[in-house]
Design a protein. Structure first.
Length: 213
């Protein structure tokens, strides 16, 4: 009778974590660079008054779209890391799904092109996507903070602070006059970058600890 070796019981892959973490960090660099380039290239654009969405429509939309798709993939990469290093709590599991949903939402925002050009034909879902983005961004760090605290309390506290700052800051965006909402949207983007960079650093720490053991 033919016998087979038992499958390995430890599937933890530090190299995979490092690759995904460094990509996530790169996505948080590439996206703002694409915005800066578009700010410079798009004619008659006011980066204080005009939102990032305004850059994502028209002749030069591909510049910001590259950043959006790269950042979307960064969110998916973070979800993959969180699934690979599952920290064992139900809220962590939901947080993984929220990260994946955020990646899909950012992708759809870039793909639909329903902004900046007064597009009102068919079913326009841009505003619904923005509301969903705001809700998931508020929930995700809260859901991940308990698991992150199990690794190091500093990471849990950072995620909690991110959630608080986002919950206070995001609703204000919808009340701002249009002559300053562009720069405020960029500020909100920085908060999302901080969340991903915090998680990327957390998973790099996990990879290092496993390599050293």
């Amino acid at each position: 009778m033919q016998t087979h070796d038992a499958p390995p019981t430890d599937h933890f892959q530090p190299t995979l974590l490092r690759v995904l973490a460094y990509y996530t960090i790169a996505s948080c660099v590439i996206f703002p660079i694409s915005i800066f380039i578009a700010d410079w290239v798009v004619p008659n654009h006011d980066w204080i008054a005009d939102t990032i969405s305004d850059l994502g429509a028209g002749r030069y939309e591909y510049i910001v779209d590259i950043g959006l798709y790269t950042f979307s993939a960064g969110l998916i990469a973070t979800a993959l890391m969180a699934a690979h290093v599952h920290l064992g709590t139900w809220d962590w599991s939901i947080g993984i799904l929220c990260l994946a949903a955020l990646g899909l939402i950012v992708f759809l925002i870039g793909a639909r092109n329903e902004y900046g050009d007064n597009d009102n034909e068919g079913v326009v879902i841009h505003y619904y996507l923005v509301y969903a983005l705001g809700a998931f961004m508020a929930a995700t760090p809260v859901l991940l903070m308990r698991g992150a605290s199990a690794v190091d309390r500093a990471y849990g506290k950072t995620l909690g602070a991110i959630a608080c700052v986002w919950a206070v800051s995001a609703p204000i965006f919808f009340t701002l006059p249009t002559d300053i909402d562009g720069i405020y949207e960029r500020y909100l983007g920085v908060i999302s970058f901080v969340m991903l960079l915090t998680l990327a650093r957390l998973f790099l720490l996990q990879a290092k600890r496993r390599r050293d053991t």
